[in-house]
Design a protein around this ligand. Sequence first.
Ligand SMILES: [Zn+2]
Length: 298
Amino acid sequence: MLKLVLDAGHGVHTPGKRVPDGSMREWHFNSSVVKRVIDILKNYEDVQILRVDDPSGNRDVSLIERTHKANKWGADAYVSVHANAYGKGFTSPNGIETFVYTSRPSGSVKLATNVQNRLVRETGRKNRGVKSANFAVLRETDMTAILCECGFMTNKEEARLLKSDSYRQKCAEAIVKGLEDTYKIKKKKSASKPKAKTSTSSNTLKHKIRKGDTFWDLSKEYKVSVDQLEKLNPKVNPKALQVGELITIKSTSSYYTVQKDDTLWGIAKAHKTSVAKIKSLNGLKSDLIHPGQRLRVK
Ligand SMILES: [Zn+2]
């Protein structure tokens, strides 16, 4: 069992911690990565997670409260997620660095090295290396502790990346890979093959033309192509559809039954589609799904 503490640095309102033009607060990046790490780790066996910042971001939980919680819980590892800054306004320093305490404890150096390497490999950003610093979260923690600086908010290019979902996802995946390299945590067996639970059904149905219908509307409604509609209905003139006329439609859909600990993101990835598409196919208003729910994925 790996008892892991995650710490999104600062809070929403912490003064100064933002992109110089005000377009992003550092906590929003930190928290998004932490949430994604938690989401990915749901698919791993034998990992327990404690988040020590305020998940709403409203309170900037003091560093001593964060480390005290981790110590009391008996954590094995502490990962603090941050975005870097240098100088006033936008400046040139860029890249990723990971910190350990000044005494460079070997367990922390090992985890920091693995996470740092994965972050650099996953994002392609400059490798600033594993550094040491007398930061409270590294000094006051009784366990392996690292602090990742995932890019500079004060660098224009990296500020843009830090705001994007894809970069945040890459950082989260890299942190999980670094943990996997270090602690040999393993994916749950069920999580690795969601495809087995996907069923595809193809059904032919008749659509009665309503006033104003076009093949284009029908192609959107039934998620088929206009070409296919024309081929299946050779006798129908698509330019002069008659109200009440019957149109043959063959729709192919894939359904997936949600398993315990599934996430929309994981399901989308396994079916080579996007979260937005699945949400629209199923009329989902939020990312919340529950085991046993049948989702149309295609
Ligand atoms: Zn920070």
